[in-house]
Design a protein around this ligand. Sequence first.
Ligand code: BGC
Length: 762
Amino acid sequence: MRQILSCLLVIMLAGCRGVDRRDDAAMTRFIDDLMGRMTLEEKIGQLNLLAAPGDIVTGEAQQSDVAGPIMRGEVGGLFNLKGVDKVREIQRLAVEESRLGIPLIFGMDVIHGYETTFPIPLALTATWDTSAVREAARIAARESTASGICWTFSPMADISRDPRWGRIAEGVGEDPYLGAEMVRAMVYGYQGTDPTSYAPDEMMACVKHFALYGASEGGRDYNTVDMSRQRMYNEYFPTYKAAVDAGVGSVMASFNEIDGVPATANQWLLSDVLRDQWGFEGMVVSDYTAILEMVAHGIGDLAEVSARALQAGNDMDMMSYGYVGTLTESLASGRVSEADIDRACRRVLEAKYRLGLFEDPYRYCDAERAAREVFSTEHRAVARRIAAESFVLLKNSENLLPLQRGGTIAVIGPLASSRENMPGTWSVSTDLKAPSTLVEGMQEVAGEGTRIVYARGSNVCYDEALERAATTFGREIPRDGRSDRAMLDEALRVARGADVVVAALGEPSEMSGESSSRTDIGIPDAQRELLEALVATGKPVVLVLFAGRPMTLEWEDAHVPAILNVWFGGTEAAEAIADVLFGDVVPSGKLPSSFPRNVGQIPVFYNHKNTGRPLGDAQWFAKFRSNYLDVPNTPLYPFGYGLSYTTFEYGDIELSSDRLSQEGSIEATVRVTNTGSRDGVEVVQFYVRDLVGSTTRPVQELKGFRRVSLRAGESADVSFTITPDMLQFYNYDLEYVYEPGEFDAMIGGSSDRVHTARFVLE
Ligand code: BGC
């Protein structure tokens, strides 16, 4: 019997080979035919997405926990399985040992690279360089697809204005325009531009977490979200929509609720908005156990929540076993229809078809290419370049940076000598032993004439339990058994013997990311005290700050002469940090998120509304204005901020006309001059303000940006084209409109330092 079916499979696959996967009618015929032969259980099986169990051993895949369910046709896909041989073996079980031989789809959290690891997404966003971000995603796709992986759970498009939320590290910052640009670049990088037919080195992207996950109350992970529709459409949806418009193949529903219904079962979100309004035709997958979690949310038992998820438009169930566990019975009882199941099954099969898995289930298992390309010298060179682009110079008194080569440099801090900590959160396929430590990277880049000396100085934090929680998943930073005093004394001795101190401090990588929310987002206590002691030596101190989020740095800003924020830069971070510290690369990153002065200011973001009682030009407090008694309204470092080793000056804005007709466009031009003595790159930012609207409008909205390379002394005219389209917004009735009236155009090198010119939309 099995032989007959295998024969059928061969005929079926042969029928599929050579077809044009862009031909929708051919795809429909193929899937109609296949579904016509599937049992109900096999259809439901396609909706079941499982995490790879730890017991898959090369050569013995058939003994693993998932082998039985796969051979019975109860599994549609597997994720986070690393190793092309393992993927091939598991795929063989589906293709040769299951009744219909339907191939599995293999997914993975390839969030900022496969083995060649790029900066965390928040840091990638800080490059403001869409071509770099696309290139990073492209390399991630090439490495993944050689290794058996054809589906990545990226990009994460969740806008967040709350740095307490650990997952801000995985997102694209606080701004919908910048975020949308980044998300689009990632989708194109992973998928290419034709999502109807993937090449063998392209993978399906999955935009997540749909929707609003970054707005969880109090910044606590998985928490409730409650938001007006205006805010959703204008500020939080554009990044997800950008992915859909770019042809993203799949969408992951978020854990949080929206209007009281968890996203995973939210019909309005997953069907009305996503499919009817935005025209999405791909597949929707739940987040990890998100269907089951709706029992805890309190909207029903597993059968009820599974039925609701399916009917809302959630096609695949990740790890809840809700669909395989309950849908057969729900169909028998009439709770769901066969059409509900068929619709979801078809979407999964369509994704597999577009990926070419029916033509060749091993299409993405290319061991030879994997050996050649994964973590190749070329890919690592790109990662190093992009990492250096992502760092943001927050402060640089008296041009302390770049460091001179020669003399003695003391590198101090518990993050200075770790490899595992360098890549950053969500780097599941990274070889954690591969990155250099900062000390090694600095020595390599500095060369022999420079003495690099190291002392640890402190543990990550005084509280051992907190430290353990923040250094999990193989990212251990072994705790030093010496007393705090002994570590500090050693560090001070080393610092005093050096010409300059580089303090490598901040968050360990698992202090941000999933389930890593914090209420105190300063440098952890032990390290902060170490920093104070280092500054007190009188030696010049450069703070190299590791951070997965905007941190509170008021003390540091007041007392430390130079601060380079390096986020988590990926496998090549150490060398890239050294490239910037020694001035081989001039920093050019700009903040994608505001750095608050203190936690009480959160949320603080640049594109806020004016209120009826704005503070106006006052720096700090005015009675009966919208402000705080104890802190200014402004963040410490605003959105778009970032210094260079050179300086840039902006001229006034020249408008080609101060009247914009509804069919027309005008140009806003500024002259930007590199007024320093080094060549550099400036991110020129273009904002608008709609002065009067039918609903209130933000005081500033990013509408364009350009990275401009200028040699020392050089000037360039930088222009932005203003069209009515870019002035559109969702009004009270959620119509996407522009409204005639006055607007301010603003151009500058940071959201708080702009030149302004007024124009009228007629
Ligand atoms: C995360 C997702 C991720 C999934 C699979 C979940 O916990 O929220 O972002 O893609 O796990 O690993």
